[in-house]
Design a protein around this ligand. Structure first.
Ligand SMILES: *[C@@H]1O[C@H](CO)[C@@H](O)[C@H](O)[C@H]1NC(C)=O
Ligand SMILES: *[C@@H]1O[C@H](CO)[C@@H](O)[C@H](O)[C@H]1NC(C)=O
Ligand SMILES: *[C@@H]1O[C@H](CO)[C@@H](O)[C@H](O)[C@H]1NC(C)=O
Ligand SMILES: *[C@@H]1O[C@H](CO)[C@@H](O)[C@H](O)[C@H]1NC(C)=O
Ligand SMILES: *[C@@H]1O[C@H](CO)[C@@H](O)[C@H](O)[C@H]1NC(C)=O
Ligand SMILES: *[C@@H]1O[C@H](CO)[C@@H](O)[C@H](O)[C@H]1NC(C)=O
Ligand SMILES: *[C@@H]1O[C@H](CO)[C@@H](O)[C@H](O)[C@H]1NC(C)=O
Ligand SMILES: *[C@@H]1O[C@H](CO)[C@@H](O)[C@H](O)[C@H]1NC(C)=O
Length: 817
């Protein structure tokens, strides 16, 4: 008995929360001491005392109750830790909360309410909001106090960011000092109250990354609308407040965004129930061009010009050509010809630019009720007005915003973005603006598909450069070297029987794959890269070492590599069940893969791809995702193969633009096949095609042989428009399939193959959409749904090396150097 009580006491000392008492509300007569917790009604969140990281200090905070990863979302006494377990939270009858040391007058944290308190009660809501309200009063406007008004480093769905104009305080998130110290120092994300208000990540009062003003659809700096698949955003601007708020479209999703000083970013996370961990859903800043005022005045930043991301607008030249040429653009650009303003015969005009993040709004004037023409005239009349734009871009645009003085911090996007009209002297503005680097070619493809005339607008990039940087490298630095096993050439040659044809198991754009058996009986797959790689042995090994670090259960494991003479070999684990196309497109084997198995495979491929896009420290864009690159292990788990090969091969990686198009026609996104523009969204397109093939059991291009004008994408789109999508389903899975699941997959696949990359969801959204019951938006017209090879591709293809394999057309320009 004595021993038992000793253990109980010991347990109490070691872990005060192990004997926790859980409350559901705290009234005036009650208090919450260390060891007790307050739990929200649905059990989602918990308020209590904790010690962060390896600190022993105690803080009052809120965390998720139901997940195994302790994740704190709010802290009360951020800068005033309690040194022992004596903290006690009490509710005062005056409507104040106060955190004190039991038995003393020392106060670590307290709140003040402006409202009249009457039997106040403290409650934690399932949104994570801690509210103090009068008993019986549930109107949020009447809350005496709420934690959502004082965020820590975490933004939770339905919180506000912005300014409470009525009570005069900011809703902003501020980073913790470190993992062990939640003090609010360093980075914050909040509203900058300019005439045209905008959001920014600040270091103290210094602007680091400007997210930009709300333009009716999105924050100007982040034109990607794919988050709207999962989040619903509200922007409020009235006399009481200016606020931005986003909420998940389904309650069951756990989502949060955290600002972190160490990683210098704000990252969105979604809880992955299967992996039982948080998954990154995207992070800001996105690239080097997000860095505030990188390029100085009257110039824009574009990552498609990696040698010099800053470019002067037309009619402007570097202020200091010397500094500019040594890659210091901070002094910006100046006009070649002065404006003629102040001259009675002023002939100034404006040049229109498209696809931009609007300039810093510090010196702006907003007129919400006038149109673009009036805006132009108003700007023309004031000599210091340098530019104007619509303040709201919805429905063709409305409202007017004018910029005075220098225009700074402008980014040019590869897709999406807004219009801006920049003031120029007469001659310059008379010319129609044409971006030096881009010529717009409109080409009409002479194929009439299901009575729709398919038009493809092509931005053909004249000048192409290799992109060397990546976000991971910029913000995190390279990963450390670890040992990559080097296989002995003789050993590998022996294992594959001197690369005998009998052992050949595959062929791709980069080389041939052989099966092998090591002396110890281990089976391996050896990829023998063709000799035309653009890079030397050292660079090759560096890249392969990086790729070897990518490990995920849905990626084929790279065991090592082997070089010698001209040979460059990659050694992988061997996958017993071969590639997915051998199952899906095989009359007999496809019967073995029933719907539940296919659904799991779809999830696996999506996870592997998400890891490549978001989770790994190197962002990898696969660029040749297709069914034959999805391998199955002995338990039919899917594993993506050939990832990072482009990189090991010395082809520019990350995202951008390349003159070495590598991919397989039928899986390639239009912007990649035609313009060489690749991004995570071109992989999403390929994933959409894979999804359709898994569901239908048909190759994308197979329909074309039957004299059809539509490929599988086009066929699926037609069925969708005609409201008979179920006809797409492979007869082999008709019986095993779960209709709502298949329908959802078809819907998601159509969203993935949409023509414009900015409309396509990210892989993170894809996973959430596949795994939930949320409403999905209607897909827009897909890209490449005709059987005819668009003329641009065929004309390009003359310069590319085209290999026809298993009925697929593989385009690679590698040998064409
Ligand atoms: C506070 O301290 C008093 C004695 O000082 C003790 O009786 C009481 O239990 C303590 N309350 C809590 C909640 O720890
Ligand atoms: C308690 O709140 C009232 C107003 O509700 C305020 O005037 C007072 O200063 C607060 N007291 C403390 C100790 O914070
Ligand atoms: C910030 O990010 C770093 C990694 O980039 C991580 O180690 C650290 O724990 C994060 N800090 C907080 C307070 O979450
Ligand atoms: C943030 O500001 C602090 C203090 O002014 C400075 O030491 C630090 O280098 C700044 N960090 C960044 C990333 O600008
Ligand atoms: C030029 O500066 C930009 C921004 O600081 C940087 O990303 C880029 O790598 C630099 N280029 C060279 C060639 O140093
Ligand atoms: C660029 O030049 C400015 C002065 O014009 C200087 O203050 C700044 O430190 C330079 N930046 C770099 C990265 O060299
Ligand atoms: C006004 O502009 C006209 C034509 O652009 C020019 O000839 C004239 O010299 C200018 N006058 C002044 C005072 O700048
Ligand atoms: C031009 O606009 C600025 C900013 O609104 C204002 O300060 C200035 O007085 C205006 N100038 C004229 C001549 O109207």
């Amino acid at each position: 008995m004595a021993i038992l009580s000793f253990i109980v006491i010991l347990a109490y000392i070691l872990s005060p929360s192990s004997l926790a008492t859980e409350l559901d509300s705290i009234h005036v007569s009650q208090s919450l001491s260390d060891g007790m917790t307050l739990v929200s009604q649905g059990g989602k969140f918990e308020l209590g005392f904790f010690s962060p990281g390896n600190s022993h200090k105690r803080y009052l905070g809120i965390w998720y109750k139901k997940i195994p990863v302790h994740t704190v979302v709010w802290v009360a006494n951020r800068a005033n830790p309690i040194n022992d377990f004596s903290g006690t939270l009490t509710v005062k009858s005056t409507g104040n909360l106060s955190l004190t040391e039991n038995g003393t007058e020392t106060t670590f944290w307290s709140t003040i309410s402006r409202k009249q308190a009457k039997n106040p009660v403290l409650e934690l809501l399932d949104s994570g909001n801690l509210v103090l309200r009068n008993e019986g009063e549930s109107n949020p406007k009447a809350y005496l106090w709420q934690s959502f008004d004082y965020p820590s480093d975490t933004y939770l769905p339905s919180m506000k960011l912005g300014r409470d104009l009525q009570n005069g305080f900011d809703w902003c998130v501020t980073s913790w000092k470190s993992r062990n110290d939640p003090s609010p120092v360093g980075f914050s994300l909040g509203l900058v109250l300019n005439d045209y208000p905008e959001f920014s990540i600040m270091n103290g009062t210094k602007n680091l990354y400007r997210a930009g003003p709300w333009n009716g659809l999105y924050l100007s700096g982040y034109p990607d609308l794919s988050y709207t698949y999962i989040f619903e955003t509200t922007y409020v601007k009235n006399k009481d407040e200016i606020s931005y708020s986003s909420n998940t479209k389904i309650d069951s999703i756990l989502a949060r965004a955290v600002i972190n000083q160490t990683s210098q970013s704000i990252t969105q996370y979604i809880w992955d129930d299967n992996l039982q961990n948080w998954k990154s859903f995207g992070s800001k800043p996105v690239d080097v061009c997000d860095k505030y005022d990188l390029c100085g005045a009257f110039s824009y930043c574009s990552v498609t010009e990696p040698q010099h991301v800053c470019q002067c607008f037309k009619g402007f030249s570097p202020k200091s050509p010397e500094a500019w040429n040594s890659n210091n653009s901070s002094q910006g650009c100046i006009r070649d010809k002065p404006l003629s303003c102040n001259n009675v015969t002023s002939t100034d005009g404006f040049v229109k630019y498209t696809g931009l993040k609007v300039p810093d709004t510090q010196h702006t004037k907003l007129h919400e009720n006038i149109n673009l023409d009036e805006c132009r005239n108003m700007c023309l009349k004031n000599c210091s007005c340098m530019a104007y734009a619509n303040s709201d871009i919805r429905g063709g645009g409305s409202g007017c915003v004018m910029w005075f003085g220098n225009l700074i911090d402008i980014k040019m996007f590869q897709s999406g973005g807004q219009d801006l009209y920049i003031r120029m002297p007469a001659l310059e503005s008379g010319l129609q603006h044409r971006n030096k680097k881009k010529v717009i070619i409109t080409s009409i493809i002479g194929a009439i598909c299901a009575t729709v005339l398919l038009c493809v607008y092509v931005i053909y990039r004249v000048q192409r450069n290799n992109i060397e940087w990546s976000k991971a490298e910029l913000f995190e630095g390279y990963v450390n070297d670890t040992d990559l096993p080097m296989f002995d050439l003789l050993m590998v040659t022996t294992a594959t029987d001197n690369f005998s044809l009998n052992n050949k198991i595959g062929q791709g754009g980069f080389g041939t794959v052989y099966k092998g058996k090591l002396a110890d009986g281990q089976e391996i797959a050896v990829k023998r890269l063709s000799h035309s790689s653009g890079q030397g042995m050292t660079e090759f090994l560096t890249e392969v070492k990086l790729i070897a670090k990518l490990q995920h259960r849905n990626l084929v494991k790279l065991l090592g590599c082997c070089t010698g003479g001209q040979e460059k070999l990659l050694v992988y684990e061997y996958m017993v069940n071969g590639s997915l196309d051998n199952f899906i497109f095989d009359r007999m084997k496809s019967k073995l893969l029933e719907w539940p198995q296919r659904f799991l495979i779809i999830f696996g491929v999506a996870r592997g791809l998400l890891y490549l896009h978001h989770d790994s420290r190197l962002r990898i864009i696969h660029r040749d995702l297709k069914l034959s690159n999805v391998l199955l292990d002995d338990k039919l788990n899917p594993k993506i193969s050939d990832f990072g090969i482009a990189r090991a091969f010395g082809v520019d990686q990350t995202h951008g633009n390349t003159n070495r198009v590598i991919g397989t026609y039928g899986y390639m996104a239009p912007e990649y096949a035609i313009n060489g523009l690749f991004s995570v969204k071109s992989d999403v397109f390929s994933f959409g095609v894979i999804l359709m093939e898994i569901i239908s059991g048909n190759r994308n291009r197979a329909l074309c042989h039957a004299n059809e004008t539509l490929n599988l994408v086009g066929y699926a789109w037609m069925l969708w428009k005609e409201d008979r999508p179920l006809e797409l389903i492979d007869p082999n899975i008709k019986e095993s399939c779960v209709i709502p699941e298949v329908l959802r997959c078809i819907h998601v696949s159509l969203l993935c193959v949409q023509q414009h990359p900015e409309d396509r969801p990210t892989m993170a959204s894809v996973l959430v959409m596949l795994g939930s019951k949320m409403d999905l938006v209607e897909p827009k017209e897909p890209g490449f749904f005709s059987c005819r090879l668009p003329t641009e591709v065929s004309s390009h293809s003359d310069q590319h090396n085209i290999i026809t394999l298993n009925d697929e057309l593989t385009i690679t320009s590698l040998d064409g150097r």
